[in-house]
Design a protein around this ligand. Structure first.
Ligand code: SAM
Length: 339
């Protein structure tokens, strides 16, 4: 597969270099439990990466069938099985064609299954925060083509920002990782996606998201850092429509998912209850075998991908993740009154 060349080589690879074409690897702090990647290269026929790629390909029709069996897909989109398989195949091809790709086609299928539930008369765009080299933008733009929506892509197009010392997911050394210049992103979307569906907004989230003014049916946040997630959620949540979706990529990191369960955070910023998160810690089921919290070993080689990042976590504007049963404190009355 050819890949659109960037105008200058990325100075830095993500710390945990890609193991396969369609697998997300979040930055790994120095000294953390590092995958023994050389083991993978030396494992011959039983190379876990080869098994994973075959598994990923062979289960493609099943994943498309089951994920797009979402019963609420709106009839206006005429999503016949032929169209569903065409969509799934195209997402698969994109994630296999663009080498620097952080979100699996399965994750995109899940988002498609939700985007297509909104009736055409429901106003709202799709928003992506964090696109790296545009593989996820290309996928989302194709989904938007099927759903007749517009996609707005926010990114620095300069990689990760400098670390905020309060941010437990950020690292000083990672500044600039996931560098994806705008011209490379555009070229990838032009080649593999649907350019007419896209608007690109360049800059740090804290500067660009304040000007966001469109209703949102689905936002996909793949932004790595807690500070970036904080910016995205505080700025975009108010623009979600009543049953609008917010997806995240860092669903394996419990501390990161914790924002969506934090009563203090939601009370402080929105004076409301936390919405919770479906898939926190494991991702929604897309045909993977993740038992967590760390990667399993297949044979001699360490391998996470088929057990980890093929999925997503998500919440919805009308969800509640509030625990209300406190019998010892106030038997017989609603614990909501206690807050
Ligand atoms: C892991 S990459 C996104 C991967 C991409 N979604 C994919 O599937 O290929 C994270 C992206 O978030 C962007 N990012 C993180 N924090 C940001 C911030 N505060 N402002 C702007 N961009 C940010 C980085 O530039 C990077 O492109």
């Amino acid at each position: 597969m050819t890949e659109v060349q960037e105008s200058r080589p990325a100075e830095r690879e993500p710390p945990d270099a890609r193991l396969s074409d369609s697998v997300t690897q979040e930055p790994t702090p120095p000294g953390a439990d590092e995958p023994a990647q050389n083991d993978n290269r030396n494992a011959g026929f039983f190379n876990p990466m080869r098994i994973i790629r075959w598994m990923d390909t062979l289960t493609l029709p099943f994943a498309i069938f089951f994920i797009l069996s979402e019963r609420d897909i709106h009839p206006a989109y005429n999503m016949t099985w032929r169209r569903k398989f065409a969509l799934g195949w195209r997402l698969f091809r994109i994630t296999r064609s663009i080498r620097k790709c952080g979100t699996s086609w399965r994750a995109h299928l899940v988002m498609a299954s939700k985007i297509l539930t909104f009736p055409p008369e429901q106003e709202g765009v799709v928003v992506e925060c964090g696109c790296w080299q545009g593989a996820s933008s290309a996928c989302l733009s194709v989904i938007c083509e099927y759903a007749d929506r517009q996609l707005i892509v926010y990114d620095s197009f300069a990689g990760l920002p400098p670390a905020d010392p309060r941010d437990e997911q950020a690292n000083d050394y990672a500044t600039g990782y996931f560098y994806g210049p705008l011209e490379v992103v555009r070229a990838n979307v032009r080649k593999y996606g649907v350019m007419d569906r896209c608007t690109f907004r360049k800059g740090w989230f804290e500067d660009t998201l304040v000007d966001h003014k469109q209703k949102i049916i689905l936002a996909y946040l793949d932004v790595d850092y807690q500070k970036s997630l904080h910016e995205c959620v505080t700025r975009l949540w108010p623009w979600l429509v009543d049953k609008g979706y917010m997806f995240i990529d860092e669903y394996l990191i419990l501390r990161y998912c914790a924002l969506f369960w934090s009563e203090r955070w939601w009370r402080t910023y929105f004076d409301t209850e936390p919405p919770g998160m479906i898939g926190a810690g494991v991702g929604v089921g897309v045909g993977q075998f993740w038992v967590g919290p760390k990667g399993a070993r297949i044979g001699r080689a360490y391998s996470r991908p088929y057990q980890a990042a093929h999925s997503v976590g998500y919440t919805r504007k009308d969800f509640s993740g509030y625990w209300s049963f406190y019998p010892d404190e106030n038997a017989g009355s609603s614990a909501r009154d206690l807050s």
